[in-house]
Design a protein around this ligand. Structure first.
Ligand SMILES: [Zn+2]
Length: 364
C-alpha cells in the first residue's frame, strides 16, 4: 500500500508548490473616469492580466450612475455599459473585480463633502464642524475627513442600496468598504453616539455591513488601520488608531478580509490579524523596497505558520492614490527606478513575486 500512496503524495506536494505564491496579487486604484474607460481596459488587457494580477479593487464611490439612488450620482459618472466593458476585460484574464465605496469615514475631502453628505447632511457625525474655505492640516477641529453617523436610523437604507447595486453591476463576490482613517467617531456632540465606546461603534458598523453582505454570500474587505493600536505599536494615528478603535479587532467577524496598508516599512502587523483569525493582505504605496519587503514578509509568515494560520496570509495589493489615467501614463514611462513612485513600487512588487515564484519552482 505504501508504495502506491507515496507517488501520489509526491505528485500532490509538487502540484501544491507549483501553485501561485499568493492567493491575492492585487492592485487597488480609483475607477477610471467615464472618458478613461478604453485606456483602462487596455491597461487590464496589456499589463495587469499578463503580469499576473488577479484582484482589482476599484474605488468607485459616487462615480457610477446609480439607478437605485440617482441622487448620489457624481459628476459624469460611469454608466452600466462602461462597467461591463471592464467586467469583460477582467473576466478574460481571470481577474476578480472588487468595487469600493468608502463607508463610515472619508465622507469629505479638503473643502468638499462627499456626495452622501452633500445630499444627506443629516448623516453627518459632526454637523457643527464647518468645512473650511481652504483646507489645511493640522487644524483646530482635527478635521481630516468627515464621517457619517453609524447610528443614524436611515443611513443603512441608503448605503446598502449603493452596495447592492455596485456589487451587481460589477458581478463581484466581494465589496471593499474602505473604513480607513476614521477620526470622527463617537463624537461628544452626536446625540446618538456620544459617550459610546468607539471600538464598539466601529466593530458594530463593520459587522452590520458584513451581515448584509453575507445574506447574498458576498465578502467584506476593509482597510486595517483602525484595528491596530497606534500607541503600543508606535505606528501612530494614520496607519494605526489613536482614537480608541483598536479593540474592535476582537469584536469583528473573522470572515472580514483585512487590507493592511503600511507605506514606510513592512510592519509585521499581518501576523497580528492572522493570529486573531482574520485573513490579511499587505499593501504598499510608493517605496519599492517596502513592496519587496512586504512580499518577502508575507511569504515568510506563510512558511513559518502552522496550518490554520498559513492561508490567512493571502498576499499583497499595491495601492494607487492618483487617478487611474495618471497612473497608467506614468506606468508606461517609468523605468523601474528605486525612486519613490507608485509605478516603481508596483513594478517592484510584481518583480518580487515573480522572483520568489521562480525560485520556488526551481527548487521543486
Ligand atoms: Zn453619531
Amino acid at each position: 500500500m505504501k508504495k502506491l500512496i507515496l507517488p501520489f503524495l509526491f505528485l500532490a506536494i509538487t502540484l501544491a508548490s507549483a501553485q501561485d505564491l499568493f492567493e491575492i496579487k492585487g492592485l487597488c486604484i480609483a475607477a477610471p473616469t467615464s472618458n478613461g474607460v478604453d485606456e483602462f481596459v487596455r491597461f487590464i488587457d496589456e499589463e495587469l492580466g499578463p503580469n499576473g494580477i488577479n484582484t482589482l479593487v476599484l474605488r468607485v464611490d459616487y462615480n457610477y450612475a446609480y439607478e437605485s439612488r440617482p441622487e448620489l450620482r457624481g459628476k459624469a459618472p460611469l454608466n452600466k455599459s462602461q462597467v461591463k466593458q471592464m467586467v469583460a476585460a477582467a473576466k478574460k484574464h481571470e481577474i476578480k473585480l472588487i468595487p469600493q465605496v468608502n463607508l463610515l469615514g472619508h465622507q469629505s475631502w479638503a473643502e468638499q463633502n462627499s456626495k452622501l453628505l452633500e445630499v444627506y447632511p443629516e448623516f453627518d457625525e459632526t454637523p457643527h464642524v464647518n468645512l473650511p474655505k481652504k483646507y489645511e492640516w493640522p487644524n483646530q477641529d482635527d478635521l481630516y475627513c468627515k464621517s457619517y453617523c453609524p447610528l443614524h436610523p436611515e443611513i443603512h437604507n441608503v448605503v446598502f442600496d449603493l452596495i447592492d447595486e455596485i456589487i451587481e453591476v460589477f458581478e463581484a463576490d466581494a465589496f471593499h468598504a474602505g473604513m480607513d482613517e476614521v477620526f470622527y467617531i463617537a463624537d461628544a456632540h452626536c446625540p446618538r453616539c456620544k459617550g459610546k465606546d468607539p471600538a464598539v461603534l466601529f466593530a458594530n458598523e463593520v459587522n452590520k455591513i458584513n451581515s448584509h453582505l453575507k445574506k447574498s454570500d458576498k465578502q467584506l474587505w476593509i482597510w486595517g488601520d483602525r484595528l491596530i493600536d497606534g500607541a503600543s505599536s508606535g505606528i501612530g494615528m494614520w496607519e494605526a488608531s489613536m482614537n480608541n478603535t483598536a479593540r474592535a479587532i476582537d469584536m469583528i467577524d473573522t470572515s472580514v478580509i483585512i487590507c493592511d496598508w503600511h507605506y514606510e516599512k513592512a510592519v509585521p502587523t499581518p501576523a497580528l490579524f492572522a493570529l486573531k483569525g482574520l485573513n490579511v493582505i499587505s499593501s504598499p504605496w510608493r517605496i519599492p523596497s517596502v513592496a519587496k519587503a512586504q512580499v518577502e514578509m508575507m511569504h515568510q509568515f506563510k512558511q513559518n505558520s502552522a496550518a490554520p494560520m498559513k492561508d490567512r496570509f493571502m498576499g499583497v495589493m499595491q495601492t494607487v492614490w492618483s487617478s487611474a489615467s495618471e497612473f497608467i501614463k506614468s506606468y508606461h514611462t517609468e523605468k523601474g527606478s528605486n525612486e519613490k513612485s507608485q509605478e516603481a513600487c508596483f513594478k517592484a512588487m510584481l518583480a518580487a513575486i515573480n522572483e520568489l515564484e521562480l525560485s520556488l519552482k526551481s527548487t521543486n
